[in-house]
Design a protein around this ligand. Structure first.
Ligand SMILES: NC(=O)c1ccc[n+]([C@@H]2O[C@H](COP(=O)([O-])OP(=O)(O)OC[C@H]3O[C@@H](n4cnc5c(N)ncnc54)[C@H](O)[C@@H]3O)[C@@H](O)[C@H]2O)c1
Length: 393
């Protein structure tokens, strides 16, 4: 009997991409290098843009979103559209019998998010969701440090992103300031997903948020100088409690010019892990970069991974060293294995649903007496094992 790698190589997961905007390049670049998947068709609301991407990344076909959803040869829709339409596109794809892997967030409200999971489950289909950064070497290494007991029992964590938004680098930044956008729904998924991966599910949240600017100006590209209305809060503070008893806090802001606060820290009874904010690798929205840690026995930070002298006992983390680069799409590749092996993917819809409930709970906390209980739970994704993945075109 063929193993999953052999099965996928003889019959790669056939993918139809919907949404050929800014983030699609890195997906297409990475996916085209994996032999287990084949991006057959791409499309969007702008077929000229999609045709350019198809040419650039050697994709055989361009089609409208409806044609992609109706194409029976496509196994899985890769949904890289905007947050406000993620649910609509994912539900249509599932309805047509296709697996779905979507950019974050899974949806912008819990009803849609539940509808996606329920529809997938009733049809025996798989839903996977970004972010997949936690599959990168940096986070797998942090998890291994925790699993090995280096910092003792985890008691808490802190995440902090202070930026001045995206209008300096994204040519069409409107969606970041509309319903479904804002720093919490845009950046929160990276940090909260990593927290669940490292510390388990979250049971209770609180939060406050504000909006410092009602209008913001596009500062790059063809629309340079154009003003946008800001419809969401852009400075968000939150606190949460984990099922384990650990507690954490998080700042996600598009209103801060700069900060020297580390992007992420995990506190244990015997030590601390720090994810430093170093150029060119920033925070949890990347796969790669150093992990610092120190324990009660050491007075200075130690660094991992250090390719030259990583201890042998960290071999599992070492296997993920291949993913110390911008490897967006890795979650979809892992999902191709999950489909073949008839198991849940690591970057699963259930994990994304839990993270969405946490974010919406943080948003609604001020109107609900300060604290919101989180109903959903999800499995903690396993660390990547050495079998995965092997294929390189
Ligand atoms: N740009 C980034 O740096 C970045 C990074 C990580 C994740 N993301 C996420 O990726 C997603 C896309 O972001 P982007 O920056 O590529 O946006 P973009 O505006 O550059 O592209 C959006 C694409 O979606 C298509 N689209 C919009 N509505 C559609 C609909 N109803 N049906 C079909 N297609 C539709 C557009 O035609 C376009 O091709 C977002 O969820 C965003 O949060 C973006």
């Amino acid at each position: 009997m063929l193993n999953s790698f052999e099965q996928l190589n003889s019959n790669p997961l056939c993918i139809g991409l919907i949404g050929t905007g800014r983030i699609s390049d890195i997906y297409l670049q990475n996916l085209s290098s994996f032999s287990e998947v084949n991006v057959k068709t791409c499309g969007s609301l702008n077929l000229e843009e999609s045709a350019d991407k198809a040419k650039q990344h050697d994709i055989a076909n361009v089609a409208t979103p409806d044609e992609i959803i109706a194409d029976n040869s496509i196994d899985c829709v890769l949904n890289l559209t905007l947050p406000a339409v993620h649910a609509e596109v994912s539900l249509a794809a599932l309805q047509a019998g296709k697996h779905v892997y979507s950019e974050k967030p899974l949806a912008t409200n819990l009803d849609d998010s539940k509808r996606i999971l329920d529809l997938a489950s009733s049809k025996g289909l798989i839903v996977g969701n970004a972010p997949d950064t936690f599959l990168g070497g940096r986070w797998q290494t942090a998890r291994k440090i925790i699993e090995d007991g280096v910092i003792g029992s985890v008691i808490g964590c802190m995440a902090h992103v202070g930026t001045h938004g995206v209008e300096r680098h994204h040519p069409n930044p409107d969606f970041y300031y509309k319903h479904g956008g804002g720093p919490l729904l845009d950046l929160g998924p990276y940090y909260l997903t990593v927290m669940v991966f490292l510390m388990g599910p979250i049971t209770r949240v609180s939060g406050m948020a504000s909006r410092s600017f009602d209008k913001r100006q596009i500062e790059n590209g063809a629309r340079h100088g154009e003003w946008m209305d800001v419809e969401v809060n852009t400075h968000s503070l939150s606190m949460f409690e984990f099922a384990s008893g650990a507690i954490g806090n998080m700042t996600m802001s598009f209103d801060i010019w700069d900060s020297e606060t580390p992007r992420f820290e995990i506190y244990g009874t015997d030590g601390t892990i720090c994810i430093p904010d170093l150029d060119p690798v920033h925070g949890a929205n990347v796969f790669e970069g150093p992990v610092w840690y120190r324990t009660r026995k050491t007075s200075r930070w130690e660094f991992q991974p250090r390719p030259t002298d990583r201890p042998k006992e960290w071999l599992v983390a070492e296997n993920t060293h291949n993913f110390n680069f911008n490897c967006r799409g890795l979650g979809l590749l892992e999902m191709a294995y999950a489909i073949t092996e008839k198991r849940a993917p690591r970057a699963s819809g259930e994990l994304a649903h839990h993270v969405l409930e946490v974010m919406l709970g943080i948003e609604s906390a001020p109107d609900k007496g300060g604290f919101v209980d989180i109903e959903s739970r999800c499995d903690i994704p396993n660390i990547l094992d050495e079998r995965f993945p092997k294929g390189k075109k």
